[in-house]
Design a protein around this ligand. Structure first.
Ligand SMILES: Nc1ncnc2c1ncn2[C@@H]1O[C@H](COP(=O)(O)OP(=O)(O)OP(=O)(O)O)[C@@H](O)[C@H]1O
Length: 557
């Protein structure tokens, strides 16, 4: 445009017709605007693609992280990496990558054209720009550092909020809102402080580029005026050069901003990229469809045997072992109860079976096949697991029941609802199975949540059913009913139950008594009452969760 403007001025001076230069200038204006609009659109689209792919990668990975990795990290912090950090990445992509590329191209072309006009004026301009570059280079790392700290505080806010909202009733009951809020406010202030520091450095760079623009203008005007006066260049050349300078100044500001944004984006990318280095479970297995057969016509799945062979496990090398030399065999079908004092390692046996953790020594077999040899998804599809706190996910009751299962026939669902005594609950809900159960099932009672978790496990038609204290919150009637359900399921499923109630163990086909990470005895209720002092004591008190670990010495027998 400045070159076209120069031609227009030259044409005016020479008195020739100005139609052609005016048309060229108009065409350049319109063409430039169109190109700029198209460029904006394409580049924003690309930025959205970048962010979308980062989000897909990170969210896909988060659910595949190994359980020990998930234990090590705060869920709230991981969530902010998928949300807030990806937003920063998007902002950086649009506000830095795009202007950086376009700014650099325009800068180079403009500098070439300026050089063609007058090398002396170009040298003056570049001298001023070099001073600006030094300021920006000094500020850029500080922007990145401050942003990283701010994002870490945002991650901590996410973690603290998740912690407090995840147990909000306990927080309220303990009257700890103010304390928790204070902690959150402190984190918010930390984020603000570091955010402001980043903004300060950015503002300094911005101010430097504005000063540089004006300084360059004044310098070019001064030196250019002298050169016009001396006849070294014409007025039109000076005008064209100044027009280029005006075009260049915003590009330089953009570039300076882009450097700051790149630092911000880089800080976000580091936090997102860190997730890439966390351990994930084997991705070789495409999750098998649990119901390959048409709904309602699923083939029966035979119960599987379970065998622990000299298993030793500890969470970390520096922690005491959870299991030592654990060996026992569970034949296919029937109910096997695991009993023992709190902390004996009963729940962890289930984690090892599900391959949430891997034992350091020994082997675990399901159906005479080492669990490490099973494709992970196939192993988990063979197991139904009801966790200790019977988690229910927000969403509808139906989605909760059919979690991970495709094409369940309605009559199968009805059958399981009947067996788990949930029919009346469903009938009471305003929208039946499609009613929403609230965050973590907060609209259900504790006993209802447990029954939903059991129903969910039964719907999978598991070959091995793991129940972790699944009846602890049930009233006597429902507990008796569920005992029947479990007994019925045990006809074609291998049921392992961590039992805290005497009623559950007396019905079991065999009982494994655990203490301090070891299997202490195996037998029926009657046998163990005769032979095992710890069992006798646990049975007598019925307080199988209470008490500290009993030393495994001969006097205890
Ligand atoms: N992620 C973990 N990291 C470190 N130690 C853990 C972890 N999870 C559990 N433990 C420890 O492992 C031991 C066994 O825990 P586990 O939950 O298997 O016991 P449990 O017999 O099921 O107890 P309870 O009857 O109270 O549920 C406990 O001492 C516990 O503190």
């Amino acid at each position: 445009q400045p070159l076209a403007a120069k031609r227009l001025i030259d044409t005016l001076e020479s008195g020739r017709t100005t139609v052609a230069p005016v048309l060229v200038l108009a065409a350049l204006l319109v063409g430039g605007a169109l190109l700029s609009a198209l460029g904006q659109y394409v580049l924003h689209r690309t930025a959205e693609d970048v962010v979308c792919s980062a989000r897909r990668r990170i969210t896909g990975r988060l659910l595949r992280l190994t359980v020990p990795e998930l234990d090590r990290h705060e869920p709230g912090d991981l969530i902010t990496r998928a949300t807030s950090d990806t937003m920063l990445l998007r902002q950086a992509a649009t506000q830095s990558a795009v202007p950086a590329v376009t700014g650099a191209v325009v800068l180079v072309l403009t500098v070439v054209l300026m050089g063609l006009l007058d090398v002396v004026l170009l040298s003056v301009t570049l001298g001023v720009v070099a001073l600006l570059g030094a300021v920006v280079a000094a500020a850029a790392p500080s922007i990145g550092r401050a942003t990283r700290q701010a994002q870490e505080s945002v991650g901590e806010i996410g973690a603290a909020l998740e912690r407090a909202l995840g147990a909000v009733r306990t927080v309220k009951a303990a009257g700890a809102e103010r304390h928790e809020t204070r902690a959150l406010e402190q984190l918010a202030r930390d984020a603000r402080r570091t955010g402001v520091r980043a903004a300060g450095w950015q503002a300094l760079s911005g101010a430097a580029s504005a000063v540089a623009g004006q300084a360059a203008f004044l310098a070019v005007l001064g030196v250019g005026g002298v050169r016009v006066a001396s006849g070294a260049i014409g007025v039109s050349t000076l005008v064209a050069f100044l027009l280029y300078l005006f075009a260049l100044a915003p590009r330089i500001s953009q570039l300076v901003d882009a450097v700051g944004q790149l630092q911000i984006g880089g800080a976000a990318a580091v936090r997102i990229g860190a997730v890439q280095h966390l351990d994930v479970e084997a991705v070789d297995d495409v999750p098998p469809r649990l119901n390959p057969a048409p709904a309602g016509k699923r083939s029966p799945r035979p119960p599987a045997t379970v065998r622990f062979e000299d298993v030793g496990f500890r969470h970390q090398p520096w922690l005491p072992p959870v299991h030592q030399h654990v060996s026992f065999t569970v034949p296919a079908g029937g109910v096997t109860a695991l009993v023992g004092p709190s902390g004996a390692g009963k729940t962890t046996l289930f984690s090892l079976l599900e391959r949430f953790h891997a034992p350091q020594t020994g082997r675990i077999f399901v159906d005479d096949r080492d669990v490490r040899q099973w494709p992970l998804a196939e192993l988990r599809a063979a197991i139904g697991y009801v966790e200790q706190d019977a988690p229910v996910l927000s969403g509808s009751l139906r989605r909760n029941l059919t979690l991970g299962i495709a094409d369940v026939a309605d009559d199968e669902v009805d059958d399981v609802l009947r067996r788990t005594r949930l029919e009346a609950v469903v009938a009471r809900l305003p929208r039946g199975l499609d009613s929403l159960v609230g965050h973590r099932g907060s609209r259900l009672s504790g006993g209802e949540r447990q029954r939903v978790a059991i129903a969910r496990a039964l719907l999978r038609r598991p070959r091995v059913l793991l129940l972790d204290e699944a009846t602890s919150q049930l009233d006597a009637d429902n507990e008796a009913a569920l005992r029947e359900t479990v007994a019925e399921a045990a006809r074609d499923t291998t049921v392992l139950v961590v039992a805290h109630r005497l009623s559950t163990v007396t019905d079991a086909d065999r009982i494994v008594v655990m203490n301090a990470g070891r299997v202490r005895a195996v037998g029926t209720h009657a046998e163990l009452l005769e032979t095992d002092a710890l069992y006798r004591r646990l049975a007598a008190t019925q307080l199988l969760t209470a008490g500290s670990t009993v030393p495994q010495d001969s006097s205890a027998r």
